[in-house]
Each structure stands twice: as C-alpha cells, then as structure tokens.
Design a protein around this ligand. Structure first.
Ligand SMILES: CC(C)(COP(=O)(O)OP(=O)(O)OC[C@H]1O[C@@H](n2cnc3c(N)ncnc32)[C@H](O)[C@@H]1OP(=O)(O)O)[C@@H](O)C(=O)NCCC(=O)NCCS
Ligand SMILES: [Zn+2]
Length: 208
C-alpha cells in the first residue's frame, strides 16, 4: 500500500507534541493540542478543536467545527457530524462555592467512548460518561445522555432508542435475538446484519 503523507493546512495549529498518522488530512483553522493522538487516514474538517490527550483512531471523519474535549476517545471508523459538541464535566462551574475562580486542577474529567464505526449526527451534544456502541447512529440534533447500544438508532432530546441500523447505516427490519446474537434484515444490502448483544459481551467480560 502507498504510504500517503500527512497533510496539514497552513492555517491549522498542530502541537509538536501531538501524534498524527500518515494519510490524515487536517483542514483550515483546526487546532490539535498537546499529546492528542490521531490515527491514519482521518479527515479533520475546518475549525475542529482537538483537546489535550484526546485519542482518535484511524479512518475517522470529523466534520467542520466539532469540539472534541479531553477525556473523549473515538475508535476507528467513527463519523462525527458538523458542530457536534462533546462535554467532559458533568457539573461545570467557573467558580468555587467561595466565589474564587476555579483552576485547571479544580475539576474532574468524565470520559466518553465512541466505538468502532459509530456515527453522530450534526449538532448533537454528547453528555460525558457514556459509551456509544459499534455502528450506532445518532440522529441530527440529539442530546445523548445514556449509553447507546451497538447498531442502535437514537434521536431527540433526550435521545431515545428508535430502532437498529445496519453497518451501512440504513434501518434494519425484523430485528430479533438468537443465543446472544442480534440479527436484522437490511433491505439495502439485501442480507442479514448480525452482532453480539451487549449483555452477551459483558458475559464474556468484554463490556466497556
Ligand atoms: C434519524 C435519521 C437517520 C432518519 O432516520 P429515518 O428512519 O429515515 O427517519 P424518518 O426520516 O423516517 O423519520 C421518522 C420520524 O423521526 C423524526 N426524525 C427524523 N430525524 C430526526 C432527528 N434527527 N431528530 C428528531 N426527530 C427526527 C421524523 O420527523 C419522523 O417523525 P414523524 O414520524 O413524527 O414524522 C436522520 O433523520 C438523521 O438525523 N440523520 C443524520 C443526518 C446527519 O446529521 N448527517 C451528518 C452529516 S451532514
Ligand atoms: Zn445495509
């Protein structure tokens, strides 16, 4: 395979302490902070902010003006729609109860994990401390407050389960479970889509 070089637009500001894989493209006015890790062949759109220590896998697409704050991990193949906002403080305050300005050490980060192949619709807000499962699809403008199961379609404020989607992101029909495997029919792919239920994964000790 040809090793495509990293591209960084001249207006982007990338910390020399960040690690970025080959083939990744970083567009206008992006800021990548110290110790952030970004994998190979990602596309980081205009005006994206990637905070310190954020971990991003390979083949990830982040659309314009997304903020990815410290504590967030995006696995391989994740899609983040324009203007999505992650959060990392469940109980934010600028000042202490005594009215003093809080310092950077005065708060606790709550982590968030977005798993392989998941997509987050435009303008969604992701409350911290949750896991979004593999190939889940979050509708545009959602406020995600709870864990999202693998392949789930959730939408609204608060985001609620509305069904399940295929790896191709189309809705599945006839979704049912057999011995810990969830199976649904994709009319677009003309085949079944199968995945392990989150309960059966936790039985294997693989739950996040
Ligand atoms: C959720 C989504 C995948 C559509 O799913 P769908 O199964 O085709 O849904 P439908 O269009 O048939 O709509 C079903 C119902 O959900 C509602 N709905 C659809 N998307 C919604 C959303 N994001 N939030 C709230 N309600 C939504 C529809 O209004 C409709 O309601 P109704 O039955 O009362 O009229 C799509 O609307 C969406 O949000 N995609 C993400 C787009 C995006 O952000 N892309 C980013 C890159 S540009
Ligand atoms: Zn499909």
């Amino acid at each position: 395979m040809i090793n495509t070089p990293l591209y960084v637009h001249p207006t982007a500001e990338v910390s020399p302490d960040a690690q970025i894989g080959s083939g990744t493209r970083i567009w206008r006015q992006v800021q990548v902070r110290e110790h952030a890790q970004i994998g190979e062949s990602c596309n980081i759109g205009k005006g994206v902010y990637i905070d310190v220590h954020v971990r991003i896998g390979s083949n990830v697409k982040i659309q314009n003006h997304v903020s990815v704050f410290e504590g967030v991990t995006l696995e391989d193949g994740v899609f983040v729609g324009p203007h999505v906002c992650f959060t990392n403080d469940l109980v934010p305050r600028a000042i202490t109860p005594d009215g003093e300005l809080k310092s950077a050490d005065d708060w606790e980060i709550t982590p968030t994990l977005v798993k392989y192949g998941a997509s987050i619709g435009a303008g969604s807000v992701i409350i911290c401390g949750i896991t979004i499962g593999e190939f889940a699809l979050i509708g545009a403008g959602s406020v995600v407050t709870r864990d999202v199961p693998a392949h789930a379609l959730v939408l609204g404020n608060p985001a609620r389960l509305r069904g399940y989607v295929c790896r191709c992101a189309r809705r599945l029909s006839n979704v049912h479970q057999e011995n810990g495997t969830i199976i649904g029919w994709c009319e677009t792919c003309k085949k079944e889509c199968l995945w392990q239920s989150d309960e059966s994964r936790s039985g294997d000790g693989n739950a996040q």
